[in-house]
Design a protein around this ligand. Structure first.
Ligand code: PMP
Length: 389
């Protein structure tokens, strides 16, 4: 496709997301089982949908405060305190955003000066590097290692530092690897952040979905609250992707700056979705626990079977992704994903779309019914059988 001469250089240089190509191909075929999409297979709980409908019936259809409904911010503040032991004032430290996506965008735009460097552990969520570029910064990949289960280690930060390093984008549990950093591992990162005066954008969108250890929220660590922008939302844990609702929590000076951007570019998050979210936080935690139980069961089954059929995979501690190695097949990630889709009609995402260090792996979402997972694994076993001949 030729590019319009009217585009900015930054936008011209952005590549379209590699995930889309596979979705488009899969959508044009029949009988495909998709392990490609990064979203829950559950429908949002009925009481949450009902609260949204009720708000519409009552005619609550105007803008909310820029930062979001105070009642929702109070719920978020209590939730963060009760669950993750971090304290943020509802009045001036919490902003309700249009998904964690917008939260990431305004956080980066608030802190990045032209050519500031932002450290991004890879493989990572596809939006991170483009959002840094759009904010005028320079994304600097940190290549985590497969044999270290893709965990961010302090040494990787140390090696990448320059006088322009401004921030670290931390994602635990990780998309696409499912890696979760323990409290001790986070403490080592915190020491680096302190030593080199880094702002930390903690993307904790999968915080509700950890299966083996008690979760540690980064700003709960000693000294980290002041330098952290906490980013989270309702999409994953609460099964609310289409509601487009996330939030930011940060010290008032940072929140105030982000609120300026939010106010000019977005005004506020959708009002009816905010009423749903109040209900989700007030009465939805049992459902979150149920969904989590179900993901844990699927994870155990899925990853065990992947290993049995020759796709070596570490048991991921969180999110709903498995990230098996496909190196045994001798194929590249893209070749593997394309062949698997065409020959066996199973859609997975090639690991290289999440950064160079994802090459040799594919991302499979296990947020599907056990029956679908069983059938997908059966097809993958046939594929692996053929590939080994
Ligand atoms: N961060 C990560 C790590 C994600 O995986 C996603 C969604 N795939 C987001 C942020 C964006 O989520 P939201 O739907 O809240 O915009």
């Amino acid at each position: 496709m030729t590019q319009s001469k009217y585009l900015s250089d930054t936008v011209s240089a952005l590549k379209p997301s590699g995930i889309r190509k596979f979705f488009d191909l899969a959508a044009s075929m029949e009988g495909v089982i998709s392990l490609g999409v990064g979203e829950p297979d559950f429908v949002t709980s009925w009481n949450v949908r009902e609260a949204c409908i009720l708000s519409l019936e009552q005619g609550f259809t105007s803008y909310t405060a820029n930062a979001g409904l105070l009642e929702l911010r109070q719920e978020i503040s209590e939730y963060l305190h009760g669950k993750f032991d971090v304290g943020y004032r509802a009045e001036d430290e919490v902003i309700v955003t249009v998904g964690a996506s917008q939260a990431l965008d305004i956080a980066l735009r608030a802190i990045v000066n032209p050519l500031d460097e932002v450290l991004i552990p890879e493989p990572c969520f596809v939006s991170y590097a483009p959002l840094v570029s759009l904010a005028g910064g320079v994304p600097v990949p940190l290549h985590t290692r497969a044999d270290d289960h893709f965990k961010l280690r302090p040494q990787l930060i140390e090696e990448a530092l320059t006088e322009r390093t401004k921030a670290l984008l931390l994602c635990s549990p990780s998309n696409p690897t499912g890696a979760v950093l323990s409290k001790h591992e986070l403490q080592l990162i915190a020491e680096q952040a302190e030593m080199h005066d880094l702002v930390v954008l903690a993307d904790e969108i999968y915080a509700e979905l950890t299966y083996d250890e008690v979760y540690t929220s980064f700003p709960s660590l000693s000294g980290m609250r002041e330098r952290t922008i906490l980013i989270s939302g309702f999409s994953k844990g609460f099964a609310m992707t289409g509601w487009r609702l996330g939030f930011i929590a940060a010290p008032a000076e940072l929140s105030g700056a982000m609120l300026k951007i939010h106010q000019y570019s977005m005004m506020c998050a959708p009002t009816m979705a905010q009423y749903g979210a109040i209900e989700a936080l007030k009465n939805g935690m049992q459902d979150v626990e149920q969904m989590k139980k179900s993901y844990r069961r699927r994870r155990n089954f899925f990853v065990e079977t992947l290993n049995e059929i020759g796709l070596s995979c570490h048991l991921p501690g969180g999110a709903f992704y498995a990230f098996p190695s496909i190196k045994e097949t001798g194929l590249s990630s893209e070749e593997f994903a394309e062949k698997l889709l065409i020959e066996q009609k199973v859609a997975v995402v090639p690991g290289n779309v999440f950064g160079e260090s994802g090459e040799g792996f594919v991302r499979c979402s296990y947020a599907s019914s056990l029956e679908q997972l069983q059938e997908a694994l059966r097809r993958m076993a046939v594929f692996m059988e053929k590939a080994s001949k």
